[in-house]
Write a protein that binds this ligand. Structure first.
Ligand code: NAD
Length: 474
């Protein structure tokens, strides 16, 4: 018997008449049922969030910090149960699910300390002018399936810290762990401040166009991001969009092949490549191309693809059938075009579970679909370049601008290259590191606005300037 989970609305765990099945991508078995919420449930959640906002916005930063720390502690205390549940619905290996759960708890604890201080604009005999940050109101949070818990927490926490309340919609593919957290935090958060409702994709546009919601914070694909921007334009809702990426890594000629091979591998294949900030194009200087591509392919052969719940699995299945079919299509296209594979490429579509073997392509052309499109799967094209200028030009020739990396023995040179990359984040000699205190956001079609840090927190507020004319009655 699989468990039926509940939504959290106004501090109560509630169900709906209809439910949706959630599938384990490793076994294709149903692992749980969740409510299929529609307009009625959304209206109730928004009404609860509006009521709760009236008192929550008056709380002190310290009171809000205490509640958010309660969320962090609850997740941490239940990490064991939560990471196993996460693997069963998302597919990622246990160690990566563990990192996500502890990472989310750590993010919540760290961001609970963020404060938006007043700014004095003018203070003289004529005027006192002060900017204060005012919470926008009720936030609609919409989350994807690749990091369901991290993404949920990075929306819930800054909303609460800023003084907003939230209605959050997980992806229909990965709602279970979020709803389990909802059960666990039911009595940790004041009723109505955090509402979590599950439903099909159609619930998304209902949130975007709901007149009782003041701001949308969304993580997901660029295609959906554009629809959200359109929907939110009707009443000019504030939006933060974290969208797709086709991140480039540039490996300079002086990089240490042995040291970087394994890291480059994981920069692409962690979470089976389903990471917005995964390296999706790797440009390697021609002097080290042969050695490094061989070293990466050799390392790839040591990594086990399988059920994330089994010990020793490094790369799990693709999270859902639709994405599995898309990745298979990209691999088939590469085969049809006659591109060379260093490893992988043979998918068995008839097997149980959405498994794609680790696939590495050997120097496909720049206009190959596997290079030009976000693969979002365990597929990585390695490409050769001759000059740094050429590598930067190719890396920047993308409609995306999320993140990128430079690998080199010379940090100064690495920074010089990083500064020429047109992305919101660039790492030198590492990958995927995000600080709770630094803004994370995409340039070009990778997004609008930022999450994390003070910049991220500000997006849940609007600036109000209060000016006193001091000499008015002098
Ligand atoms: P998606 O856009 O298909 O879905 C994301 C969420 O939007 C889901 O909850 C879905 O139900 C909802 N949704 C679908 N249609 C909607 C609509 N018309 N209006 C409102 N909501 C709607 O994305 P996905 O396939 O779940 O996630 C993968 C994508 O997310 C990739 O492109 C990846 O790069 C991106 N992503 C970006 C970041 C980032 O921080 N920039 C992080 C993770 C994932």
């Amino acid at each position: 018997m699989t468990k039926t989970y509940s939504n959290l609305i106004d501090g109560e765990l509630v169900t709906t008449a209809g439910t949706m099945d959630v599938i384990n991508p490793a076994t294709e078995e149903v692992v749980g049922q969740v409510p299929s919420a529609g307009q009625d449930e959304l209206d109730r959640a928004v009404a609860a969030a509006r009521r709760a906002f009236q008192s929550w916005k008056k709380t002190t930063p310290e009171e809000r910090q205490k509640v958010v720390q309660g969320i962090a502690a609850t997740i941490k205390e239940n990490a064991d149960e939560l990471f196993r549940l996460l693997t069963s619905e998302q597919g990622k290996p246990h160690n990566q699910a563990q990192q996500e759960i502890y990472g989310a708890a750590g993010l919540a604890a760290a961001q609970s300390t963020l404060r938006l201080e007043d700014v004095i604009n003018q203070d003289d005999d004529t005027r006192l002018s002060r900017t204060r940050r005012v919470p926008v109101g009720v936030v609609g949070g919409i989350v994807p399936w690749n990091f369901p818990i991290m993404m949920a927490i990075q929306k819930i926490v800054p909303a609460l810290v800023a003084g907003c309340t939230i209605v959050l919609k997980p992806s229909p593919f990965t709602p279970l762990t979020t709803l389990r957290i909802a059960e666990l935090i039911k009595d940790v958060v004041p009723a109505g401040t955090v509402n979590i409702i599950t439903g099909p994709d159609e619930l998304g546009p209902m949130i975007t166009s709901h007149p009782g919601i003041d701001k949308i914070t969304f993580t997901g694909s660029t295609a959906t991001g554009k629809k959200i921007m359109e929907g939110a334009s009707k009443d000019l809702k504030r939006i933060t969009l974290e969208l797709g990426g086709n991140d480039a890594s540039i490996v300079l000629a002086d990089a240490d092949v042995e040291k970087v091979a394994e890291q480059l591998f994981w920069s692409s294949f962690s979470n089976a490549g389903q990471v917005c900030i995964a390296a999706k194009r790797i440009y390697i200087h021609e002097d080290i191309y042969d050695d490094l591509s061989k070293a990466i392919a050799a390392y790839a052969k040591t990594v086990k693809v399988g059920d994330g719940a089994q010990q020793g699995t490094g790369v799990g299945p693709i999270q859902n059938k639709k994405q599995f079919e898309r990745v298979c299509e990209l691999i088939q296209d590469a085969k049809d075009q006659g591109y060379q594979f260093l490893t992988g490429g043979d998918v068995d579509p008839s097997g149980t579970g959405y498994y794609v073997p680790i696939t590495i392509l050997d120097n496909p052309p720049e206009d190959a679909r596997i290079v030009a499109e976000e693969q979002f799967g365990p597929v990585m094209p390695l490409m050769k370049f001759a000059s740094v200028d050429e590598a930067i030009e190719r890396a920047n020739a993308s409609e995306y601008g999320l993140a990128g990396a430079v690998w080199t023995a010379d940090a100064e040179q690495g920074v010089a290259v990083a500064e020429r990359m047109e992305t919101g984040t660039v790492w030198v000699n590492e990958f995927m590191h995000l600080s709770p205190f630094a803004p994370f956001g995409g340039h070009k079609q990778s997004g609008i606005g930022a999450e994390y840090g003070i910049d991220g927190l500000k997006e849940f507020t609007y600036p109000q300037v209060i000016t006193i004319k001091r000499d008015a009655f002098a």
